[in-house]
Design a protein around this ligand. Structure first.
Ligand code: NAD
Ligand code: WQD
Length: 366
């Protein structure tokens, strides 16, 4: 029997697909909903290849409450949701903020409403380190703890703060209502997981990040330089107050990030904490130049770059203090950023068309 049944929104996306795989591997039944706006349904076949189980998949938009209702009705055993579905391009969020708030905030409202109707009481939410904004504006906030004041510097980050508050308000209201009715309300719980910079691919080379448009994150861009798809990397500023002048980020392997979701979900189900936020990051900060060198080593190629001006909205340092996740969830990153670079290169080299091609036989035979 399944250890539980989970709805994963955005489950064919990058982080959602790895979390679905991890859930299935420990015995959960998973139902994915995704609009395929930024992903491919080929992902469910890859999850089956790696786990032996194909998750149920519904192609729907989370702003369609009736469609969500139908999924909960057809899968009455679902007791928890992991909510990844969102728009996530920081630059674009400044150009079309209404669309970002519609999908990310209104979409989350539809989800919470549908959960309430169907008595689904646990939610794990994909928040982001971006909720902190520039933590260097405070003394002693690097590495960043969960109680660092929030201050996003872009509309995408604003939506993450808004959804954190929305979820907190809803869970607290549901708990209070239950208490007024003489019940404990303990079953209503939420984990707000603030990810730092997710990186890497599955070590098999069969699953990885395959965004539909032009990537804007550092590692996928470096991978394109390595394959020749892109001539060079533009380094956004070398005048930061860091050891080599480039900005510092905390790169976390996608397998460790996925595992963090499992542990958070288990914690909600077993400890009934109400609403809790946890950082998921390694605590190791790396500069852009260090990342270029790490990826150079992984792919064995020279990677051309050119230093240009700072990118709007970028901050000097986003490095996590993840002590709370370690202490409370028993979470520990097991993979290094060097592993992430090697795994990303294996995925990129073997799947030039991403999920639009079948994986090479040599990988399947392993
Ligand atoms: P992704 O784009 O790969 O996955 C998001 C998925 O949501 C996609 O499959 C997309 O098709 C789906 N989606 C988008 N709009 C939808 C809608 N209206 N209805 C249904 N599905 C919809 O992104 P990801 O990197 O896997 O990110 C997952 C979550 O983690 C997002 O909430 C993102 O904001 C958050 N996050 C990502 C990062 C990162 O750097 N990748 C960092 C912190 C937080
Ligand atoms: C990493 C570093 C860039 C591209 C973003 C979101 C954040 C979270 C993770 C969702 C930075 C530098 C990058 C390039 C460069 N996502 N860089 N040249 O900005 O840390 O975080 O993704 O929640 O909210 O803001 O990630 O990969 O874009 O950049 O020099 O072409 O690489 O300046 O220092 P970022 P990133």
């Amino acid at each position: 029997m399944a250890v539980g049944s989970v709805l994963v929104t955005g489950g064919t996306g990058y982080i959602g697909s790895f979390t679905t795989l991890a859930l299935i591997q420990v015995g959960y039944k998973v139902v994915i909903v995704d609009s395929l706006y930024n992903s491919s349904d080929e992902v469910v076949n890859r999850i089956e290849l790696l786990s032996g189980t194909k998750p149920a998949f519904y192609s729907l938009d989370i702003t369609d409450e009736a469609a969500l209702d139908k999924v909960f009705t057809e899968n009455p055993d679902i007791d928890s949701v992991i909510h990844f579905a969102a728009l996530k391009a920081v630059g674009e969020s400044g150009e079309i903020p209404l669309e970002y708030f519609r999908v990310n905030v209104y979409g989350s409202m539809c989800l919470l409403k549908s959960m309430e109707k169907h008595n689904v009481t646990n939610i794990v939410f994909s928040s982001s380190a971006t909720v902190y904004g520039d933590a260097t504006r405070f003394p002693n906030m690097i590495p960043i703890p969960e109680d660092c004041p929030q201050g996003p510097t872009n509309s995408y980050g604003d939506t993450k703060v808004a959804v954190e508050r929305l979820i907190s308000a809803q869970i607290n209201a549901q708990r209070n209502k239950a208490k007024k009715g003489g019940k404990s309300g303990d079953e209503y719980n939420a984990a707000l997981l603030r990810y730092f910079n997710p990186a890497g691919s599955h070590p098999s080379g069969i699953m990885g990040e395959d965004p539909q448009g032009v990537p804007y994150n550092l590692l996928p861009l470096l991978a394109q330089v390595a394959t020749g798809k892109r001539e060079k990397l533009l380094v956004f500023g070398d005048d930061y107050d860091s050891k080599d002048g480039t900005a510092i980020r905390d790169y976390i392997h996608i397998l460790d990030l996925a595992n963090g979701h499992l542990l958070a979900l288990n914690y909600l189900r077993e400890q009934h904490p109400g609403v809790k936020a946890w950082n998921l990051g390694t605590g190791r900060g790396s500069t852009v130049f260090e990342m270029i060198n790490a990826f150079k080593k992984a792919c064995g190629k020279d990677l051309k770059y050119e230093v240009v001006g700072r990118r709007d909205g970028d901050v000097l340092n986003l490095t996590a203090n993840a002590d709370l996740a370690k202490k409370e969830l028993g979470w520990k990153p097991e993979h290094t950023l060097e592993d992430a670079c090697v795994d990303l290169w294996r995925w990129t080299e073997n799947n030039p068309q991403g999920y639009r091609q079948q994986p090479p036989k040599k990988l399947l035979e392993k």
